[in-house]
Design a protein around this ligand. Sequence first.
Ligand code: TYD
Ligand code: MG
Length: 464
Amino acid sequence: MAKVKKAYFCRECGYDTSKWLGKCPSCGAWNSFAEEIISAPNTSVPALVASHAIEPAHPQKVQEIECGKTVRLDTGNSEVNRVLGGGVVPGSLILLGGEPGIGKSTLSLQLALTDNGMTTLYVSGEESAEQIRLRADRIGIHNQNCTVYTETLLENVVAQIETLRPNIVVIDSIQTMASSLLDSSPGSVSQIRECAATLLKYAKSIGTAIFIIGHITKEGTIAGPKVLEHIVDVVLQFEGDNNNIYRILRGIKNRFGATFEIGVFEMTGTGLKCVENPSEILLTHYKEPLSGIGVGASVDGVRPYLIEVQALVSQAAYGTPQRNTTGFDARRMNMLLAVIEKKLGMKMIQKDVFLNFAGGFRVSDTGLDLAIVATIISSYFDSPLSDGITFAGEIGLSGEVRPAPRTEQRIAEAARLGFKKIVISGYTPKPNKAVTGIEVIKIHSINELPKHIFDKVVSGEEYI
Ligand code: TYD
Ligand code: MG
């Protein structure tokens, strides 16, 4: 049998050598060598793929390219369909990344067990068949054609895909898979790259959609080489706070659609439940109005939702005041506090400020600035915001209020949820069609904000 030829390549400069080196003689980088296959015998996996080889391509005029409508498979899960752009494209390779315990295995097993007439193969290198059965019982087995295979050897997995020809394959996880052609351990750069490349060839040649689960590093990026994200067609990221029940599925890359959709899920005792209406879970109806609580009209991708903002402004006990945020960039909050101090003359320098978002959501939408500032003012004066008020606007360094992206959609969502008024930027372009049922208040500067947000006059402050 012909031997597999391997070489070691420097990841920094591409220098090749036949054996591993600690330091690259060419560029001087340390620990940069990764093993790679340079030629494999005929019996190897890539050769197996050759039996399904696609015809060699030829150059053609763009207008002459035939394009049939891409048939998308309905995954049976409305939120996953939405993020993928209307379903999964056969033959695509989808990478699902996320922190440990976030629910990657749960979501993918759920997809495999959905009753939508598809044959599915769930390959696990992390859990035993019994563990998977227990989880399947919790979720509910709705698909009689779901096969579970606990294996870590790539060649065996590929052989099963070849025999079973499922519509959907789940690989849990790419870090546990290894090819026998390489000596390096599972999870190493070369193994991950080799496994992903082989799976890609398979997905494309037999039209099976493959979901690959990928771990996340401490820094929050998908573990393994960046090239993994280049190889796959779609990269999905599963986010959320482990201590909270809400999860967001975000498209980071999608060769078959846009990436601005998000999917929202709730972790229940029986798996992940789709949340069609995020606003409803992010808003709490309190018995009586409370100070330091406001509602912002936000947009994530193209999806508008209303979210509760909570702020606590209290007298600082020590010299340096505390500034704490959960789910929001602390530097942005400091900037907003500086603008409040300078433009509204409020003595924020002597105050501790804490900021929270409902549901453990992480937000980065600058359109929430106005809601944050209003909530901070409300806590500062210990006076509840006017009933049924919401906000959408970005604040600049000079205290000017700038239009938030997709303001129209935010207004429409606020009106749909029964809000009475919304404060927006006066610089917002005239909407195509006016939303009815909600009073739209336009302001140009943060100075105009305090007089619109309270029902009653707050004593001691002449500008309100
Ligand atoms: P898991 O899907 O294994 O996460 P990952 O594969 O991303 O590491 O598990 C997610 C967590 O969800 C786990 O701690 C248990 C919990 N869980 C539920 O709350 N309800 C359920 O129905 C299931 C299956 C899991
Ligand atoms: Mg898992």
